[in-house]
Design a binder for this molecule. Structure first.
Ligand SMILES: [Zn+2]
Length: 150
């Protein structure tokens, strides 16, 4: 025998908190009409996209993931020392010891940076690994010209 639930007795269904999502545009709670919906309305979607592309400042609840921050920090360190060999421990200090390998890969793939690696054996037998950010050819030429005029 099939039993039917009398919805009239329960009353209007209030969506549970777990059905709600944080809007990526305004940061407010909303009930998505589709599971892949991330913004509560089209303007919020456009705003989130602008923010993602850096056209708008991020809000405190909209901070990039620590992962991205670490990658940005590593990229910034490399860019501050173009062509300079940097010891791996120093880089891992910025990028995170466990995540260094992954952050470095992201710098290459997502930011298109060219990184070179070299190993050096100390008299004690310890091996040090160095990384170097190689400037793109056109950019290093521009830097060379700028330095020549100074
Ligand atoms: Zn919104």
């Amino acid at each position: 025998m099939t039993q039917y639930l009398d919805l009239g007795q329960i009353g209007p269904q209030e969506p549970h908190k777990s059905a709600q999502k944080r809007c990526c545009g305004c940061g407010g709670w909303f009930i998505p009409t589709r599971s892949n919906r991330r913004a509560c309305r089209p303007t919020c979607r456009a705003r989130a996209s602008d923010r993602h592309r850096g056209l708008m400042p991020r809000f405190d609840w909209d901070q990039p993931e620590p992962k991205q921050t670490r990658m940005a920090a590593l990229a910034a360190l490399f860019r501050a020392h173009p062509g300079e060999w940097l010891e791996q421990h120093r880089l891992a200090n910025v990028a995170g010891v466990a995540g260094f390998r992954e952050r470095r890969r992201e710098c290459c793939i997502r930011l298109g940076m060219t990184l070179e690696r070299k190993r050096e054996r100390l008299p004690s037998g310890a091996v040090l690994v160095f990384w170097r950010y190689v400037l793109p050819a056109d950019l290093s030429q521009a830097v060379g010209e700028a330095e020549a005029t100074v």
